[in-house]
Design a protein around this ligand. Structure first.
Ligand SMILES: NC(=O)c1ccc[n+]([C@@H]2O[C@H](COP(=O)([O-])OP(=O)(O)OC[C@H]3O[C@@H](n4cnc5c(N)ncnc54)[C@H](OP(=O)(O)O)[C@@H]3O)[C@@H](O)[C@H]2O)c1
Length: 274
């Protein structure tokens, strides 16, 4: 059973979720992940797989109220009317009456519609009872400050890029200082950091895998992780971090990898703001 963290909305979120962007077979993978024991699935309108996620959930036989489902608002739908309309479409595609968490995927300050107005529409959705918690993703300090100041409503979550080569410490600290839970996207650095010698040495030392070391680093920092994999064996590996405790010195050696390489460069198709 994955442990959970309490969001500022009072709802519990499992600290390990299953990332779904770019899955080859979303329905099959989500069903397999749930069978493995995941109870948190991260999707988005952008991923075009909400239908598959819903199918996987139903096929798994796991009761709906035991699974934490997140989806995200796509970038072209920031107008308040579009927030309402496309959220309803997301529910329809997922085959659900409610989701646990709805996020603004990117702040998109370049749009004519102000993300503060987008956030106000998110608050209306929450008040309608069809989404338990609302939050944001890829919001920087100034974006968080503006929505909080304008509405008084603090997001439950800020989902941001974090992995050892890009620890994102300032934004992470700022987010946490407002009582906002930090979710790390690309927690494995898209797989690129699994072969880092520091990580490999720690994996050897603990008799675990590099992925388990990376995920433990995040979890010991108090963040939520959403690793993605198509492979059932890796699904269980990524969930099975119980009993792996990194010492302070080991945590510090991973912290030392920050800025080792700028792997967060140009957005991939998945992170694309289109
Ligand atoms: N909010 C945002 O803007 C945003 C942006 C990016 C991602 N996300 C979310 O975060 C999730 C995770 O991020 P991500 O998919 O970019 O990257 P990631 O989870 O850091 O890494 C996924 C890569 O690592 C490989 N992998 C996974 N587990 C492994 C293991 N145990 N051993 C070896 N390789 C392993 C996967 O390959 P295989 O599939 O072949 O196993 C895949 O290539 C996404 O799926 C999405 O839900 C959100």
């Amino acid at each position: 059973m994955t442990s959970t963290l309490e969001l500022n909305s009072g709802h519990q979120i499992p600290v390990i979720g299953f990332g779904t962007s770019a899955l080859a077979a979303p329905a099959e993978s989500v069903a397999a992940a749930l069978a493995t024991g995941y109870r948190h699935v991260d999707t988005a309108q952008m991923y075009k797989n909400e239908e598959g996620v819903g199918q996987g959930l139903r096929a798994s036989g796991v009761p709906r109220d035991e699974v934490f489902i997140t989806t995200k608002l796509n970038n072209q739908f920031h107008e308040p009317a579009d927030v309402h309309r496309t959220f309803a479409q997301s529910l329809e595609r997922l085959g659900l009456e409610t989701v646990d968490l709805f996020l603004i995927h990117w702040p998109m300050p370049e749009l004519t519609v102000d993300y503060v107005d987008t956030w106000k529409a998110m608050v209306e959705l929450r008040d309608s009872g069809r989404v338990a918690s609302i939050g944001v993703s890829n919001f920087q300090e100034e974006h968080l400050e503006r929505i909080i100041e304008a509405t008084g409503v603090v997001p439950a979550v800020n989902q941001i890029e974090i992995h050892p080569y890009f620890a994102n410490n300032e934004l992470r600290e700022f987010t946490k200082s407002h009582g906002i839970a930090v979710e790390a996207w690309s927690p494995l650095g898209k797989g690129a950091e699994l072969s880092d010698p520091v990580i490999a040495e720690l994996a050897d030392r603990h008799g675990r895998t590099p992925a388990q070391v990376l995920l433990s680093w995040h979890l010991q920092r108090g963040d939520i992780v959403i690793p993605k994999t198509d492979a059932p064996q890796r699904m269980s590996e990524n969930l099975d971090v119980t009993g792996l405790q990194l010492s302070e010195a080991e945590m510090a050696s991973i912290d030392g990898l920050n800025n080792a390489e700028q792997v967060h460069g140009p957005p991939s198709t998945e992170t694309s703001k289109d």
